[in-house]
Design a protein around this ligand. Sequence first.
Ligand code: ADP
Ligand code: MG
Length: 630
Amino acid sequence: MSQKGTINVAVENIFPLIKKFLYSDHEIFLRELISNATDATLKLQHLARIGEAKVELGEQQIEVKIDKEAKTLHIIDQGLGMTEDEVQKYINEVAFSGAEEFLEKYKDTAKDSGIIGHFGLGFYSAFMVADKVDIITKSFKDEPAVHWSCDGSPNYTIEPADKTDFGTEIVLHISDDELEFLEESRITELLNKYNKFMPVPIKFGMKTETLPKPDDAKEEDPAPTQEVDNIINNPNPAWTKQPADLEDQDYKNFYRELYPMQFEEPLFNIHLNVDYPFNLTGILYFPKMTQDLNVQKDRIQLYQNQVYVTDNVEGIVPEFLTMLRGVIDSPDIPLNVSRSYLQADGAVKKISSYITRKVADKLKSLFNEDRAAFEEKWNDIKIVIEYGMLSEEKFFEKADKFALYPTVNGSYYTWDELIEKIKPTQTDKDDKTVVLYTSNREAQHSYVNAASDKGYEVLLLDSPIVSHLMQKLESSKENVSFVRVDADHIDNLIKKDEDQISKLSDEEKESLQKTITDTISDASYTVQVEAMSSDSAPFIITQPEFMRRMKEMQATGGGGGMMGFGNMPDMYNLVVNANHDLIQEIFNSKSDEKKASLIKQSVDLAKLSQGLLKGEALTDFVKRSYDLIK
Ligand code: ADP
Ligand code: MG
């Protein structure tokens, strides 16, 4: 007997609304329908296990089928099915009230997407792409099959069907402006995106499999083939297994599965597995990092019970770990809320700090177990660790024990080792321990050499955010200051170390200072005449550490309230070594002309070595140099 009904009149306009609001996310209908099919399958398995369903379960699968001629898309499951009463209840009442509630709540915000795809509008999302939807379903209970049909108006029909096996078939009559969903390639793409790791095998079409040749086959005989179901998913992905059951190669294989286009192997992985106080499983991978902070984000995929949700894990994974790759699966992450709510959510905060802790622990154990291997990886992972130390205090505390500070000579010190090493020799006038570093050993080559010659340790700190980290270390450690090898502080260190006797008197120094200042006549240079060792360079250009670092920090974001530094002119010190032979020669020259030309030429050399000589000045310098040689 066939009957008709009207779905709650209050939602008369729901279908046009669904179409309108969900426009950008039409494709999620398939994820929703396959999720329902999966739920139905797993529920029946459960009922069978506890003895409530007396059915023979074979290898249950879900089938997706396209019928191009009829313009229909079919999703067929072998799950628990529905009786007529259940269709009334779950489809006509419950599902609809869910859709209604959704529209009420999100009418205004719906357009700024994000939320919408995560809501799980459920069954009714089918009407985003279909003019008409049929449900043909038979419960596992001994009750007749039913056929429900609805054409997108609030009216539906329900009548007996002749289906004999339990399970449900959903038939979507695809509307004319959604014909892409009848294309095999489009459906394959969606199945790969949303359903690649769902727990029930999903069949889409057939494929040809090559069989081994029989023993008596001749060389020229073609290998036999057979047609088999094309299963598009892996129902048992690595993250759902126990770490103890997985080999290193299994993790690598899974990485390949996740990122088929990625040729580089991951450096190492972290298996996440908790069930209290929240549920979370997953595998995170450390890929080789480049210096670019932006391009590599958003590669972690978030799943909910093996259903793909998003690759935007902002708020769930701490910012600094969004550079990692892999999978997180948790039924406890609320998806139907905005991102700002997510960040305030207690459970989500716990998840985030759990992940931070796991990552820190893993790094610590890698460091402890094989320090040499850890040092080897340092360059590829440092950016994540440095970023983490800057942004998460808890991570800083842990990482302080294993973060490495490489020197130009290829040693790697932990912070404590470094301080112990340099404290006796690298102390400035204010008794601060001076950590010397270079950010670019090519560009700062002569300074690195000068410092190394004095026996100082020079660190090689070249990641883009390292200036922020130095700032952080200076404020959290006692009595240390970071000084770049070409910064003005370095002469404090040199002078303290040497206590040189000056070859020029104070008045002579003053007059030389004036001559040089007048000759170079450039306001951004401050000239300083100092007595240094005669084998230090005659002219050294340095830049105030503070100012330069503020500018760097500004360039990489942050820098606190230091806005405005970007507009400041560059400032340099020109340190003149009074004890150097060349300076003696300049000072003793009788002709002013000779003096000026020696000063110009050698200051240009000093600039050249710092990469500061450019444009016209460089052209002039080269011309002058040729004149000198000829
Ligand atoms: P949700 O999945 O969040 O419960 P849906 O709108 O997706 O909401 O589905 C509503 C209800 O309809 C489900 O809870 C389930 O009871 C029923 N249902 C939907 N699809 C199927 C199916 N393939 N097999 C059995 N029951 C189904
Ligand atoms: Mg659902």
